[in-house]
Design a protein around this ligand. Structure first.
Ligand code: GCV
Length: 637
């Protein structure tokens, strides 16, 4: 690799060349964790002597770890090999953050911390913004072994413990990962296993027909059931610790049980029955909606779909099915309420799905701190008793996200997008961590401990979600993007299409009334959550247009009219990006050139994008309303 690119490649696992640690001797467990520990300490400076004792103990619960003692005498214990490994990474990370005394007790809140890759077997990545797949190349499994190991290390260091390797949009070719290509998947599993990471394979719902040559894939057909059993036995013989299968069915033109007159539960259970003997899980996605809506139809409301399909099936899913619910009812927009399915369905196991890849959030050209959004999502109430954070580790046992990596040297394209991957792992491990805490950790591990460098970077990253939101679609309305690639503004791009994503702006008002007087979406929530959204006064203002149709002269709490709010935020968004550029320029000379220059270039791209958003949105609403900006700024007419 080009020497100049090593910084980005190492991401948050920098060697810590300026750190001073004792010359350690090691005792206890001498397995993989010790190897990783030695690697983590390798480039640090030594002074004096110290000892580190490593052990796996049944006194701790699996995956947990403790670190105790002082710099010269450290004891790291894990509840299992993976727990010990997390302890080792946790210890090295704490050295980078200047810790010298250790009294650490760590246990992941969510047992399953999962990344889904939307990698196609062609080598391209659906919604990928940082190069090609790390797993596939030219229509086959194809990877660079060293690179996969380094990737596994990055993921394990933040506690990820399961990954799906192929896109949920499974093709007839990628369907063969459970048959013809299985020997190659075995090799990938071998790379990730020492890092405590188990693989998941996305499977095609119609595999019995596509791969098995059966006439149907009907889940209630006996031959279909026995086909899944036979294939599962074959797969588990090859990869006994495979975590399970992931399925996208009846979604976006993909067949599924409903196509065959069966329920989502019947579809999931036929696969679950085949995986059950191996203790494996079916991850069954709930992203099911009518993607052929007529825009004239105002009765159908897409956000209601997942709840309508799944809620009545509570209690019907087998024990080894986890339903995987996108965090919001739309599709990873900048601002959405939480899905009303979360925490509901008492008799069904649940996972929450996020997107680390920045599909609607700037595509790793624009800076966007997902951690800030996740913190808000965790704060949102979903049931009468709990917010999402409180459900994780209880009702919600899996935290899942779509990966943002590819074969770009720095993994994520935008160097600062590494913060999102880091934050995802840390917040899945512990959703009580704040965006500020994880961003600071990431910044210190990546750029070193100098506050003059770290503080401005942390500040800028934390502001980036709000800045992006300001120049994007206003107040939770979403979707005003280019319909194909989802980057950049196209206000009516989705408006007359079949996707069920309408803002319905006219000359007097904008938004869809989703209250009980409107589409009734709010009634899917628990009563006090419903009451909050139902009423304009109590609905959080930043999401007002998700729930309410409002006139442009509607007065917000600040006293601004809605139209003036739209103008103001769009000017402010551009100013925010200009501020980022200034901040970044102030760091010139303090950062490695390899970090400084490409990030500067991305910030310039972001500025162009923000200006485009500002001008398109402001013109659009000026033309609709004829309202001038109260502050007399330039709006293109
Ligand atoms: C993998 C959105 C994305 C699709 C994605 C889909 C999903 O519609 O644009 O690329 O498909 O979500 O989550 O299944």
């Amino acid at each position: 690799m080009d020497k100049n690119c090593e910084f980005g490649y190492r991401a948050w696992l920098q060697p810590g060349k300026s750190l001073v640690v004792p010359d350690y001797t090691f005792s206890g467990d001498d397995g993989f964790a010790l190897k990783e520990l030695k690697r983590g300490l390798a480039k640090m400076n030594e002074n004096g002597h110290g000892v580190i004792d490593l052990s796996v103990t049944s006194d701790l619960v699996p995956q947990s770890y403790t670190i105790t003692g002082s710099l010269e005498d450290v004891v790291i214990k894990g509840g299992c090999e993976a727990g010990l490994l997390y302890g080792v990474y946790g210890f090295v990370a704490r050295l980078h953050q200047g810790h010298t005394d250790f009294n650490v007790v760590e246990k992941p809140v969510a047992a399953k911390r999962i990344l889904n890759h939307w990698d196609n077997i062609t080598g391209k990545i659906e919604r990928g913004y940082s190069g090609n797949s790390l797993f596939f190349k030219d229509g086959k499994v194809g990877y660079n072994l060293k690179r996969l190991e380094d990737y596994a290390r990055l993921l394990a260091s933040v506690g990820i413990n399961e990954i799906s390797i192929n896109n949920v949009n499974v093709t007839t070719e990628s369907a063969k990962l459970i048959t013809d290509y299985l020997p190659d998947v075995v090799k990938i599993a071998d790379v990730f296993r020492p890092f405590g990471i188990r693989l998941i394979i996305s499977v095609h719902f119609e595999s019995p027909a596509i791969l098995g040559g059966l006439e149907t894939s009907d889940p209630l057909d006996a031959e279909v059931a026995s086909w899944w059993k036979k294939v599962a036995a074959h797969v588990y013989k090859a990869i006994p610790d495979l975590a399970g299968f992931l399925v996208k069915a009846d979604s976006e033109f993909r067949a599924g049980p409903m196509t065959l007159g069966r329920t989502q539960a019947e579809g999931a259970n036929v696969i679950a029955a085949a995986l059950a003997p191996f203790g494996a899980t079916v991850y069954w996605r709930c992203f099911v909606y009518n993607c052929m809506q007529d825009w004239r139809d105002t009765a159908t409301d897409r956000p209601k779909a997942a709840y309508d399909y799944f809620y009545p099936l509570d209690g019907q899913f087998d024990d080894n099915v986890i339903i995987q619910i996108k965090h919001g009812p739309s599709d990873f927009q900048v601002r959405e309420p939480n899905s009303p399915l979360l925490g509901n369905m008492d008799k069904t196991r649940q996972g929450i799905e996020f997107q680390v890849t920045q599909e609607y959030t700037g595509q790793q050209k624009d800076l966007y701190a997902l951690a800030v959004q996740w913190e808000e999502i965790f704060d949102h109430p979903v049931t009468d008793k709990a917010n999402t954070r409180e459900l994780i580790g209880n009702k919600i046992e899996a935290v899942v996200a779509v990966a943002n990596v590819g074969d770009d040297t720095n993994w994520t394209g935008h160097l600062l997008a590494q913060a999102n991957l880091y934050a995802y792992g840390r917040m899945a491990w512990n959703p009580n961590l704040t965006a500020e805490e994880v961003t600071r950790e990431w910044a210190m591990l990546t750029f070193g401990a100098d506050p003059a460098v770290i503080n401005p970077i942390v500040d800028m990253v934390l502001k980036s979600r709000s800045v992006y939101e300001k120049y994007n679609a206003p107040l939770g309305i979403g979707w005003m993007v280019n319909i194909n690639h989802h980057y950049g503004p196209s206000v009516d791009g989705y408006e007359y299409m079949k996707w069920g994503t309408y803002h319905r702006a006219d000359t007097t008002a904008i938004g869809v009334d989703r209250t009980t007087a409107g589409t009734g979406y709010t009634s899917q929530y628990h009563p006090h959550v419903q009451a909050m959204y139902e009423n304009k006064e109590t609905c959080p203002e930043e999401i007002l247009l998700y729930f309410h149709r409002l006139p442009y002269d509607y007065k917000l709490k600040s006293g601004q009219t809605l139209i003036q709010y739209i103008y103001d935020t769009h000017f402010e968004g551009v100013e925010g990006v200009e501020g980022f550029i200034k901040t970044w320029e102030s760091l010139k000379g303090l950062l490695p050139e390899e970090a400084y220059t490409p990030v500067k270039a991305r910030l310039q791209l972001q500025l162009t994008n923000a200006i485009e958003w500002r001008d398109v949105i402001n013109s659009y609403f000026y033309r609709k309303t004829g309202s001038l900006d109260a502050k007399g700024r330039k709006i293109y007419t």
